[in-house]
Design a protein around this ligand. Structure first.
Ligand SMILES: Nc1ncnc2c1ncn2[C@@H]1O[C@H](COP(=O)(O)OP(=O)(O)OP(=O)(O)O)[C@@H](O)[C@H]1O
Ligand SMILES: [Mg+2]
Length: 247
């Protein structure tokens, strides 16, 4: 799958290209204006900005859950201008998506939550058990495989959600404030897990409010301010003063 992504991507190694994208909601006005950036295969980047800056909107455009009002999103060979509604699930199967509120199925155990992601894509039954065990081991939760979500801490639930997001070996993981509900220690552990996943070759785009995390990480960040991309780079000194002041 990962190889498929690279063959359909431009020669530069790009897996994602956002070109002059704007998004206006009928009720609510412009959520995004004139956004352009690219991500390369295996890259790690943060998406930062105040509440309402447009982070979740941008991530929904990347997963093609929504279409831009103008401009183009290209992800893994699919264009927002030509993708058909029935093709969207094909794209989303190749992406991993993680949310702040975990979104696990409450009546299924950790392993059943992860298995479900494989079942819906038609993975052979004989392979699901082994793959689920490997994924739970990768996120450090092998010992909690039969626990239900309400029996897990927030950090553990997010690990299950990450294992589920990795089930179909995504080339890109989109994480919308995955540590927003976690304390400092669990936040750091989830961040390290995402870096480890990235080191294995999956590109990661992680939305966060956590300026201290970005300052420590020294990684690329995209900064949104009221729907506009105001910075794209690694220079944390350029993080807007008002963003830094909010720690
Ligand atoms: N479905 C919608 N309909 C109308 N307006 C919307 C919709 N979704 C988002 N918006 C508006 O778009 C803007 C950007 O919202 P978005 O959720 O993308 O921000 P965010 O950066 O993710 O914020 P937060 O950090 O609070 O999650 C906000 O002004 C919001 O009210
Ligand atoms: Mg959001």
């Amino acid at each position: 799958m990962t190889d498929g992504a690279s063959t359909s991507a431009p020669a530069t190694g790009g897996i994602l290209r956002v070109s002059n994208v704007s998004k206006a909601y009928a009720r609510g006005g412009d959520a995004l204006r004139g956004i352009s950036f690219e991500m390369r295969k295996g890259e790690f980047a943060f998406l930062v900005g105040h509440s309402g800056a447009g982070k979740s909107t941008l991530l929904r455009l990347l997963s093609m859950e929504e279409r831009p009002t103008s401009g183009e999103v290209r992800v893994s060979g699919f264009s927002s201008q030509s993708i058909k509604r029935r093709e969207v699930p094909q794209l989303r199967r190749r992406l991993g998506i993680v949310f702040q509120d975990f979104r696990l199925l409450p009546d299924r155990t950790a392993e059943q939550n992860v298995a479900f992601a494989l079942e819906v894509t038609g993975a052979p039954h004989s392979q699901i058990g082994g793959r689920v065990a490997r994924l739970l081991t990768q996120v450090g939760l092998a010992s909690k495989a039969t626990a239900f979500p309400h029996e897990l801490s927030g950090g553990e639930q997010q690990r299950v959600a990450i294992a589920r997001a990795l089930a179909n070996d995504p080339f890109l993981l989109l994480a919308d404030e995955p540590t927003g509900n976690l304390d400092e220690r669990a936040t750091h552990a989830i961040y390290l897990l995402l870096r480890e996943i990235n080191a294995r070759g999956t590109a990661v785009l992680m939305a966060t409010h956590d300026v201290a995390m970005i300052e420590r990480a020294g990684q690329r960040f995209l900064e949104l301010d009221k729907g506009t991309l105001v910075f794209d780079g690694t220079d944390v000194a350029r993080l807007k003063a008002d963003m830094r002041g909010r720690r």
